[in-house]
Design a protein around this ligand. Structure first.
Ligand code: FES
Length: 119
């Protein structure tokens, strides 16, 4: 019988208040995948750290994904803006594309991340 995937523990719920973001790595299909988790409007969201314009990490300053006003996610490479709740690119060269979501699950007070279904 196959073992149920347990996901990777990436922190406690209280580690991610609104306006904070932090990177983590997952091992998915034999490869390392960098993701980031963020707190926004009382909820947690996570995405693969790969812009939909050019496949580069969004952050130049480690773990800094929010715009200054903490309203959008910013790709520091060419300034694309993404919606934190959906990952949709709202402005910039990737307009209309979507960041790849990383599934999260709460396990008690622990946040666990799981490999995305597709690349
Ligand atoms: S690489 Fe993100 S906007 Fe160009």
């Amino acid at each position: 019988m196959a073992r149920r995937p347990v996901g990777k523990r990436i922190g406690r719920r209280e580690d991610f208040p609104d306006g904070t973001s932090r990177k983590f790595t997952l091992r998915c299909r034999g490869e390392s995948l960098e993701g980031f988790v963020l707190g926004f409007e009382g909820e947690l969201f996570a995405y693969v750290n790969r812009c939909r314009h050019v496949p580069l990490p969004l952050d130049w300053v480690d773990n800094q994904f929010f715009t200054e006003d903490e309203r959008y996610l910013l790709c520091a490479n060419h300034g694309a803006l993404y919606e934190p709740t959906t990952g949709e690119c709202l402005w910039g060269p990737c307009f209309g594309a979507w960041l790849q979501k990383v599934p999260l699950k709460m396990d008690g007070g622990t946040v666990r991340a799981f490999c995305p279904e597709h690349d």
